[in-house]
Design a protein around this ligand. Structure first.
Ligand code: SF4
Length: 188
């Protein structure tokens, strides 16, 4: 999603769907977007149709809980069943509508935090590599090499993850609690 190493991302794209594409029918598993992330994207692209409203399905909520194992209660608060959240819109083949001929049309700083982090994540203070179709992940012989391939450092991953947590409505640190849901449209 960052396309910082054209060779690895281009090679990955040549092998099949990339991290910017979902298998048709898998839209509900797409990560959510916060208001701040959508506002930033709107500063760089004109028009409409970049985002889609998606129900907080059981599969989606389970995915968010897997991403935040220490904050499951908060995840279920933010994404209550019966509510909705925004995600990136995709075309009929499952490709993100912001995916152009040579990669994402957005500059790196305007991309959603999840895209900027992928395939890295944090579990508390521990770096985690997400299970995902990613050539860089398969090629790298360890986290250090993977970080180099995707143009990130451990500190950048930590910082981006903290920002994502805040934007999505979690506390900056795993296991803490906040009460004001800002992401999801909860059922009335
Ligand atoms: S916003 Fe850009 S980086 Fe993220 S999924 Fe869409 S095309 Fe890929």
């Amino acid at each position: 999603m960052k396309w910082t190493d054209p060779s690895v991302c281009a090679a990955c794209a040549g092998q099949g769907p990339t991290c910017c594409e979902l298998a048709p029918g898998q839209e509900e598993s797409c990560f959510p977007l916060s208001r701040v992330e959508m506002d930033r994207i709107r500063e760089f692209v004109n028009g409409q149709g970049w985002f889609a409203l998606e129900a907080n399905s059981a599969a989606f909520v389970a995915n968010v809980c897997r991403l935040f194992p220490a904050d499951k209660r908060r995840a279920r608060q933010l994404f209550a069943r019966g509510g909705e959240h925004y995600r990136l819109a995709v075309d009929a083949s499952g490709a993100c509508k912001l995916l152009g001929e040579t990669g994402c049309v957005l500059p790196a700083e305007a991309r959603p935090y999840y895209c900027r982090l992928f395939p890295l994540w944090m579990d508390g203070d521990k770096l985690r590599v997400l299970e995902a179709h990613c050539l860089a992940r398969r090629r790298a012989r360890g986290p250090e090499e993977l970080l180099r391939q995707v143009g990130l450092t451990a500190k950048t991953v930590h910082d981006l993850h903290c920002r994502l947590r805040l934007a999505w409505g979690f506390s900056p640190c795993a296991g803490e609690d906040l009460t004001d849901p800002i992401l999801s449209r909860n059922p009335k």
